[in-house]
Design a protein around this ligand. Structure first.
Ligand code: FAD
Length: 382
């Protein structure tokens, strides 16, 4: 699009990661949607760097409601999402080292409170499931059989394809540079031209606070945190394909089978400026050290290393709602470490609210509320 033209839309969504793609998907049947992405491909940042896990009891009550409300959608998606399952049962096993029993007990209580399936395992049973665990480092274990692997690429592409089928438009290499509001319309200036719409949705991931500043919106106090991950090969005689995702009750390491390798992380969370973040050698070394301590594995050289930014507001729940001071400016932010597993319900919820509609009953039934999503709650917490 030549830079001097200004095209009209009903909704402009900024950022084509999982958050932007899902809300654009749910909005597209209701109006003209333009989804703007700075990079040459959507999903280049955090969305393309996740561990692809669906953990039902992870995060705050709001996060859990969004996660549980997304499950049916991932299990029975429409045709745009392809023929392959989006979710595959893997199971997850929390392992408590000596001294971490209380953390495991607290997690068991959360699972019980939510009525989610879980099973206490003896250290022997845990080591039978994942034989590389060092028995002396396992004091207790908890299995969550319904934890799943997610096909992140298929979910993301399904949202984009579904949006496209309803007339929505994805524009890549369109960096939003300025936002102006006048006469009930936002003008969105980008490196690929200008768009106008009464409603702008900010799904810019780690850059959401910056986009908020461009719009004169109230800060939501979003902080991006760096997390490293790596894959490594297992000894030839170890078949890990049926291992659950295995994670420490102290939240300082996890690993899961991934296409014949193990994917692992030191589960670090280091505050970082928004950027194309790269893995720090120290983070990878820490991950290797912690996994070698917990298991009998020797990790000589990772096959692949990467890092991504998980962006949180102070209460670690997601933010979906109109800004307090910038009219027609809607936040879809703070996806933290749950932006994939919550994406179906978060997109649906935000699309309803951005259209001025109430939350669908389906989502209310999971305990989700407009107030729990709204950026206004952050005001009250300040
Ligand atoms: C190591 C790691 C493991 C994780 N594991 C899981 C997991 O197992 N399960 C899970 O559910 N979640 C997981 N997550 C979290 C999940 O990946 C994120 O919550 C999710 O991807 C965030 O999506 P997003 O769309 O908000 O951000 P992004 O994917 O970063 O998308 C934001 C987009 O906005 C674009 N943008 C920014 N500024 C502009 C601008 N000015 N103009 C135009 N476009 C702009 C960016 O280019 C980017 O593409 C993990 C994250 C990490 C790092």
């Amino acid at each position: 699009m030549p830079t001097h033209t200004t095209a009209q839309a009903d909704f402009v969504v900024i950022g084509a990661g999982m958050a932007g793609a899902s809300v654009a998907y749910w909005l597209a049947p209701h109006g003209r949607v333009v989804l703007l992405e700075r990079e040459s491909q959507p999903g280049y940042h955090t969305t393309g760097r996740s561990a692809a896990v669906y953990l039902e009891a992870y995060g705050s009550a709001q996060v859990r409601a969004l996660t549980l409300a997304s499950r049916d959608y991932f299990l029975r998606p429409p045709a745009a999402f392809g023929d392959h399952p989006l979710m595959t049962q893997r199971g997850a096993m929390m392992v408590a080292a000596p001294g971490q029993e209380a953390e495991l007990q607290a997690h068991a209580q959360v699972l019980a409170g939510l009525g989610l399936r879980h099973e206490r395992l003896t250290p022997e049973q845990a080591c039978e499931r994942v034989p590389v665990l060092r028995p002396q480092r396992v004091s207790a274990a908890l299995l969550e059989p319904d934890a799943c692997d997610l096909d992140v690429h298929a979910i993301h592409q399904g949202f984009l394809k579904g949006m496209h089928q309803h007339g929505g438009q994805l524009v890549c290499q369109a960096e939003v540079q300025a936002l102006q509001h006048a006469s009930g319309q936002w003008t969105v200036q980008t490196s690929a031209g200008n768009w106008q719409a009464p409603v702008v949705l900010n799904a810019a991931g780690a850059w959401a606070e910056h986009i908020g500043q461009l719009a004169g919106a109230q800060s939501i106090g979003l902080v991006p945190y760096r997390r490293a991950a790596f894959t490594f090969a297992l000894p030839a005689d170890v078949d890990a394909s049926h291992w659950p995702m295995t994670y420490s009750a102290g939240e300082d390491w996890y690993f899961k089978p991934d296409a014949g390798l193990l994917l692992a992380s030191p589960a670090n969370a280091d505050p970082t400026e928004p950027q194309d973040v790269q893995p720090e050698e120290l983070d990878i070394a820490l991950g290797i050290h912690r996994i070698e301590e917990a298991t009998t594995l020797t990790i000589r050289r990772p096959a692949h290393t990467w890092a991504g930014l998980r962006s949180f507001v102070s209460d670690k729940s997601l933010v979906g709602g109109f800004d307090v001071q910038a009219p027609g400016f809607f936040w879809v932010a703070g996806q933290g470490g749950y932006g994939i597993q919550t994406s179906a319900a978060m997109g649906e919820a935000c699309a309803s609210l951005a259209r001025g509609e109430p939350l669908p009953q389906r989502l209310l039934d999971f305990g989700l509320t407009t107030e729990a999503l709204s950026p206004r709650r952050l005001d009250r917490q300040r």
